[in-house]
Design a protein. Structure first.
Length: 317
């Protein structure tokens, strides 16, 4: 085992030290240079009797970890707060209420037209020439003008309500992503595209609404985010989607009967008006249930505590 070089005393009385940097770190040398002014004693040299042991430095380790600083405990990541839904929810509910009112008026108009068509059918059976009274013709013209106006109002409200509802819907789902709910099954793109892609639009919006309801209910009730999958869904989600889908199917069937097959008799027109009446009634039910869902989900997310169990859910995710 090579012996360490001894420090030499120069002419001025200062101590000359070895200049080789690798020498001071060689484990076989048995010494460690710790001070620039004084040479160090061998590390394995026994301490004198009665001497106090030298304090150990914080950054001094044992073996390969010598000189490393102790690692600090990892701080948990701060969870971003959810964006408020109250304003967008109120706009969506107001437009849904307007759609329900227009649908109710349209249902009454369809009922009135159905009754008039029954009178026309009875008049055609009783009259030999098949002519209609002037009062019946005038009433038909009034109903036709009213139906045209209601159709334009319904279309304008449908577009505005769809935009407001989708804006609210996308933010409600984005808040679940912000709170880092684990194992979300739908992406932000499908939240919107699910309403427009053929075939997929028959079930995708209902699945997304179910996910939004369960996640929002878990956060609003103060539960951990990891437990959202065990939260029961609301049956009103299915009622909303079945009502909306059935209303669209009934409306398309009525339009197909009138335009596609050319309903020329009063009986075929009465059948078409029955489908239209059912479409408007189902639309009213869907709008009322959708308004309730918007208010409930907005309330869940707006009162969700900022320090609930999402950090715990992040640990076990």
């Amino acid at each position: 085992m090579p012996q360490p070089r001894k420090a030499r005393v120069g002419a001025s009385g200062s101590i000359d030290r070895p200049t080789c940097d690798s020498y001071r770190h060689r484990p076989e040398a048995g010494v460690r240079m710790t001070n620039a002014d004084e040479p160090s004693l061998p590390t394995d040299a026994p301490a004198p009797e009665g001497a106090h042991p030298a304090p150990r430095r914080e950054d001094e380790g044992v073996g390969p970890a010598r000189g490393r600083r102790p690692t600090e405990p990892r701080r948990p990541r701060r969870v971003r707060p959810m964006l408020p839904l109250g304003g967008r929810g109120k706009v969506a509910v107001a437009l849904l209420a307007a759609c329900a009112v227009v649908a109710l008026i349209s249902a009454w108009s369809a009922w009135d037209l159905t009754g008039l068509l029954e009178e026309v059918s009875a008049s055609e059976a009783a009259a030999d020439d098949g002519g209609l009274p002037a009062s019946t013709v005038s009433r038909l013209q009034v109903i036709e003008a009213r139906e045209s106006m209601l159709w334009k109002m319904s279309l304008a409200l449908l577009v505005g309500t769809a935009i407001a509802f989708l804006v609210w819907f996308s933010r409600a789902h984005a808040n679940l992503v912000t709170r880092r709910l684990p194992h979300l099954q739908h992406t932000a793109g499908w939240v919107i595209a699910g309403f427009f892609v053929p075939v997929v639009s028959l079930f995708q919006p209902c699945l997304v609404m179910n996910e939004v309801w369960r996640g929002s209910a878990t956060l609003g009730r103060g539960g951990p985010a990891v437990a959202w999958r065990s939260t029961a869904t609301s049956p009103w989600v299915l009622v909303w989607w079945l009502g909306w889908t059935a209303s669209r199917i009934a409306g398309l069937a009525a339009a197909r009967m009138v335009d596609g097959y050319g309903a020329r008799s009063s009986s075929s027109l009465r059948t078409a008006m029955s489908f239209e009446l059912a479409s408007h009634v189902l639309e009213v039910v869907a709008a009322i249930v959708a308004s309730w869902l918007v208010l409930k989900i907005s309330g869940f997310q707006d009162r969700a505590p900022a320090d609930d169990g999402e950090a715990l859910g992040e640990v076990f995710a």
